[in-house]
Design a protein around this ligand. Structure first.
Ligand SMILES: [Zn+2]
Length: 302
């Protein structure tokens, strides 16, 4: 049922002085667009955020570990949220944007203006590594372009100087032509010369989205940038859009509203439709379902 047609590659570079991750995410972003009916600027912003979450999750190891990015800007898009979870099958990504029907703002050069649509605000990074408390970090948004914001977070909060490039190419008809990203991190042993060389190359690197559009995969993009440094591939994984919601989980959420609210729903609407925010899936609860939920609540042991 779940299709994982995107991929990512995680590699150690330059004898451990650099770490790199590259991903193609076209199918994932296209699925997010289809589910949330996002317009182009929202597709680009959500696509970049989904790709960023996938890149950060690439270094996690155990199934269930996950990374969530929340881009909380004051622009017309509202909140943009993406989560990537490690699973046996690969990396599962899901996410949403508060206002999917935001008019496509464009820069003077005709590109989708994601920064203006995001606005000023905060980037939150939440890592759930299966410990008692998830780790939470935040930085102010430096540009709203997402990639720069993520790079700023990595250097400021995790003290890891990083190159982050995220690209989503949206077709005139709104479809996703290409999407993906690359992240290169400077590890403690890196010398000045390696860092300078990396910066130089990053400046000259063609945009990730156009590389993907021309048929280059994550591995080729990574090799193109860093090949002669010596690349040791640690893992390659499948990536796909997937949500962990279920009828049972949403029934729990509904039950948590309390008997009074459930009774009101039952009386006034005769049913309840619950939509999962992350994937847009609709779950319909009939009058009988609502009655059962109310009754069940009564039976639940303290
Ligand atoms: Zn869902």
């Amino acid at each position: 049922m779940l299709e994982m047609r995107d991929s990512l590659i995680h590699a150690m570079v330059a004898d451990g002085r650099l770490m790199a991750v590259a991903a193609s995410t076209r199918e994932t972003v296209e699925e997010a667009k289809r589910r949330h009916d996002t317009w182009p600027t929202a597709t680009a912003a959500l696509g970049r955020t989904l790709t960023g979450a996938v890149l950060l999750a690439a270094v996690l190891k155990s199934p269930g570990q996950r990374v969530m990015l929340q881009v909380a800007g004051d622009g017309p898009l509202g909140l943009v949220v993406a989560e990537a979870t490690i699973a046996a099958a690969g990396v599962l990504a899901r996410g949403y944007v508060q206002n999917p029907h935001t008019d496509p703002l464009r820069t003077r050069r005709g590109k989708l203006d994601v920064a203006a649509a995001v606005g000023r605000g905060t980037l939150w990074v939440i890592k759930d590594l299966g410990l008692r408390e998830p780790y939470r970090g935040s930085v102010p948004l430096v540009s709203g372009e997402i990639a720069e914001d993520l790079a700023y977070y990595l250097v400021r909060s995790e003290q890891t100087p990083s190159l982050v490039a995220l690209g989503v190419l949206v077709e005139p008809d709104g479809g996703v032509r290409a999407a993906g990203g690359i992240m290169v991190q400077v590890l403690p042993g890196a010398d000045e010369a390696t860092i300078n060389e990396l910066e130089q190359r990053a400046r000259n690197m063609p945009p990730v989205s156009s590389q993907l559009e021309h048929g280059r995969g994550p591995e080729e993009i990574l090799h193109g940038l860093l090949g002669d440094f010596g690349v040791q591939v640690l893992a390659s994984r499948s990536v796909g859009f997937s949500c962990s919601c279920s009828r049972e989980r949403l029934a729990d959420a509904l039950r948590a509203l309390g008997t009074e609210t459930l009774a009101e729903l039952e009386r006034e609407d005769g049913q309840a439709e619950v939509v999962c925010r992350f994937c847009g899936e609709k779950y319909l609860f009939s009058r009988e379902d609502l009655m059962r939920l109310m009754a069940y609540r009564g039976e639940k042991p303290e």
